[in-house]
Design a protein around this ligand. Structure first.
Ligand code: ADP
Ligand code: MG
Length: 781
């Protein structure tokens, strides 16, 4: 199975989406299709043995849409013939459509618009021992958006010019000539759309408009050519109708571009070149040519070109585009940095690790784009309404005609025709179609800008419904950086041996507790070298087991020891635990205990308080022991506590609470909470810096900042409010305007204007959601 996100052009309206969706879903080999109208792309899952991009794109073309081909030049090191194997090798790179060899040492690669980056091509050439550097790229996102906008603008200007000529009340025959030019010049735009609708038997705005404007045109032409006196021509009205709708479409495109700007901004963070160490000197290199483990120099004011680790130097780095946090973070050797973040002061030498598609930035963009493709349940409902809307309007228009012609003013063709055309042009299926996707789109990009990532529109839709919030402890409520507070050997044992043995085992684990113990050992014994351990095993929520020097070592909580048949006698000589107790046993004999304690994040109390204020029931669910759980809970202000809960039991608890009728939001660090996160109605994973498990939850807070939690719920509520207002507005508008038009009370140009305004209104109303982030900035409380 292959997953792609394919660019598709010429989707004009929500009805196009449902049509394309139907056509693609029917194709053999395609198992899943999700179309994002606003971003003009489709996420497609297909079986590469049954179909390929070429045949998928042929079907899309047949349905009347375009799949834009992109071009990427590759510059050869030295001009000369390119071996046939290399050309055919390049053709086999996923996403490549064709390759052409130019005279001047340039290879031009034609790409399907699935986001294949130049890096993959350069790499593929390198694998075949051909050194190339990426050259110019053509036909990318921006080019297409601009091309489309310019095309529409040109049509609009033509239409407006012809319309103003018509306003001059020229001789009827001259009006007829200009009207015809208008109808089949700029008006072609709508006929093309209507034809496409007809071919696919699903009708949108273009159908309504071509019907209405053709009727007006035919009637006026007939009058102009046959009648001698006492007549009115409507060529001018027709022109105004077409021009206004074109103007509306143009504005819609501008606004849709705005809605998608957050994603573009993110992609622009990636610098084009970087200073890469090669043969002892730093050389300016295109980022596509950076390889794993390359050393890259980043100076003040530059953006970091790839995810990686600082190996030298130090500086303050602004990671706000990922975490939404505007304070720069100090970086020293050993710290991880994120590609795209800005070095505000100092200079850093970074060892490159996450490149291209593997970089955090690209993954975030992919996540947001995928989320925007996925249809939220409310969207499916709106699409269904839009599907039967157009036939219903045509029916109403026909009845209006008959009513006027037969009953209200019998025999008055002009009056009946005008009323019928008014109904056709005032009805606005687009307002309905745009109501949901634009709101979801704007709010998911706004969220991304504020360090909140929704992995699907579904979570935007239901996050605010959660009435019960469950927190994991380590790394979620607490900093996730525990420290050793006490080392307690059992009688006769040596403290040093206890620490060395436990740390040797824990270096293999990535649990925060393990890191604390390993760091403690390293600080205590400057010469500390872990003893080699074998058969290492992790027991989530319990601890670890391994073999060191032939002895079986256990490190973990009481439950771990109990499960392995080691009994902890009530040992009088052991002082009471000062935090989380990590018991250490060798060959069934208890060596002692290491206590670790983690501190609350500074914002925990306030975040919990605000959640409770918002009426949510807050729980702490942890694998830790009762006393730690209780003390952390009371410190954080949480009343409901569940302790000694294994990760799988967390999922059970969630199911039980759900059975009580609660809607659960689980918040964890995504490390060993995956089952619980998956079972909750909505799940939030906290990250810290660059350790983000993108796939693990519905909503991600890469900054790990709990203060953003109330925002998550607020944004979700705000978004759904906007969606419902949009839908209500669209229904209200159509419900009022259609009857008024049918009554013959509106002038055709008023109809066109109000139809355009209603869909622009929906867009602008959705764009208001962008203010969400800005309001927060001004007013931090
Ligand atoms: P939380 O629910 O607080 O996130 P976990 O489920 O990750 O905690 O772990 C629960 C308990 O399991 C810890 O308090 C600790 O006693 C034990 N434990 C887990 N992993 C380890 C480890 N690597 N070494 C020692 N103890 C561990
Ligand atoms: Mg945990």
């Amino acid at each position: 199975m292959t997953d792609i996100s394919l660019k598709i052009l010429d989707m004009e309206c929500a009805a196009c989406v449902s049509r394309l969706d139907r056509i693609l879903s029917r194709l053999p080999g395609i198992s899943d299709v999700r179309i994002n109208f606003t971003a003009s792309n489709a996420a497609i899952t297909y079986d590469e043995r049954q179909t390929d991009l070429a045949s998928i794109s042929a079907q899309i073309k047949k349905a009347g849409f375009r799949v834009p081909i992109e071009e990427q030049d590759l510059l050869l090191q030295e001009a000369g013939p390119v071996p046939e194997e290399i050309v055919s090798g390049l053709r086999n790179v996923p996403g490549v459509k064709d390759v052409s060899v130019g005279q001047d040492g340039i290879l031009t690669v034609f790409l399907w618009p699935v986001g294949t980056d130049a890096r993959a091509l350069v790499q593929a050439c390198a694998d075949m021992d051909l050194v190339v550097t990426p050259g110019e790229a053509r036909g990318g996102d921006e080019d297409q958006a601009i091309e489309k906008q310019m095309g529409l603008l040109k049509t609009l200007v033509e239409s407006a010019a012809l319309t103003s000529l018509l306003m001059l009340e020229l001789h009827p025959k001259v009006q007829f000539v200009i009207g015809t030019a208008l109808q089949f010049g700029p008006g072609k735009h709508f006929y093309k759309g209507a034809l496409r609708d007809l071919r696919n038997r699903s009708f949108g705005m273009d159908t309504l408009l071509s019907l209405s404007s053709s009727l007006i045109y035919l009637y006026s032409s007939h009058t102009a050519l046959t009648r001698k006196q006492n007549f009115t021509l409507y060529f001018g009205s027709d022109g105004v109708l077409l021009s206004l709708i074109l103007f509306g479409k143009y504005m819609e495109q501008v606004a849709a571009g705005e809605a998608n700007s957050a994603i573009r901004k993110l992609l622009h963070l990636q610098p084009k070149t970087a200073m890469v160490l090669s043969d002892g000197a730093y050389v300016e290199t295109p980022v596509e040519n950076i390889r794993q483990k390359d050393l890259v120099l980043v100076r003040t004011g530059e953006r970091i070109p790839a995810d990686g680790t600082v190996v030298e130097g130090n500086g303050a780095v602004d990671e706000s585009m990922i975490t939404g946090e505007s304070l720069p973070v100090d970086k020293q050797p050993g710290d991880r940095v994120i590609g795209g973040s800005l070095c505000r002061s100092g200079s850093l030498t970074v060892e490159a690790e996450g490149l291209g598609k593997d970089s955090l930035l690209q993954q975030i963009v992919a996540t947001v784009q995928r989320a925007q493709c996925e249809k939220a349940p409310v969207e499916k409902y709106a699409d269904r309404v839009a599907g039967w809307f157009v036939p219903a309007v045509i029916g109403t228009a026909a009845s209006t005609f008959l009513l006027w012609y037969k009953v209200l003013s019998p025999g008055d063709l002009e009056k009946a025709l005008l009323a019928c055309c008014d109904v056709l042009s005032v009805a606005c299926p687009c307002a309905l179609g745009l109501a949901t996707p634009t709101a979801l789109m704007v709010s998911s990009s706004t969220a991304a800008e504020n360090g909140i990532l929704f992995s699907s529109g579904r979570f935007l839709e239901n996050a605010y419904l959660a009435d019960t919030v469950l927190f994991d402890k380590t790394g979620t409520l607490t900093k996730g950086a525990p420290e050793v507070t006490d080392v307690v050997p059992s009688d006769g044992g040596l403290e040093d041996e206890l620490v060395r043995l436990c740390a040797s085992a824990e270096v293999l684990s990535d649990h925060p507790i393990a890191k604390a113990i390993a760091e403690y050992a390293a600080a205590r014994f400057p010469d500390f070298l872990p003893e080699p351990a074998e058969r290492f095993e992790t027991f989530p929520g319990l601890g670890i087991r391994c073999e060191i020097a032939g002895q079986q070592i256990l490190c973990g909580n009481r439950a771990l020891l109990r499960e392995n048949g080691v009994l902890i006698a009530p040992q009088s000589d052991l002082s009471p635990a000062s935090g989380t107790e990590i018991w250490v046993a060798a060959e069934g004999r208890i060596l002692g205990r290491i206590d670790v304690a983690d501190t609350l994040k500074p914002e925990t109390r306030e975040a919990v308080h605000r959640l409770k204020q918002a009426g949510k029931e807050v729980w702490l669910v942890t694998g830790d022991n009762e006393s730690t759980a209780r003390s952390i809970a009371s410190e954080a202000g949480i009343e409901h506590v569940a302790w000694s809960v294994l990760p799988t039991e967390k999922a059970e608890l969630i199911r039980r609470l759900k059975a009580e009728g609660k809607t659960i939001c689980m918040i964890g660090d995504g490390i060993n909470d995956t089952p619980a996160l998956a079972d909750a109605d909505c799940s939030i994973a906290m990250g810290s810096g660059s350790d983000i498990a993108i796939e693990s939850a519905g909503i991600l807070l890469p900054s790990g900042d709990l203060k953003k939690l109330p925002d998550v719920f607020a944004l979700s509520a705000e978004t759904m409010k906007t969606v419902h207002q949009n839908l209500r507005w669209a229904l209200f508008y159509n419900g009022i305007s259609i009857p008024v038009a049918a009554a013959g009370l509106l002038h055709p140009s008023i109809c066109a204007a109000s139809m355009s305004l209603s869909s622009i209104g929906v867009l602008l109303h959705s764009l208001r959601l962008q203010k969400f982030g800005r309001k927060k900035e001004r007013d931090p409380s």
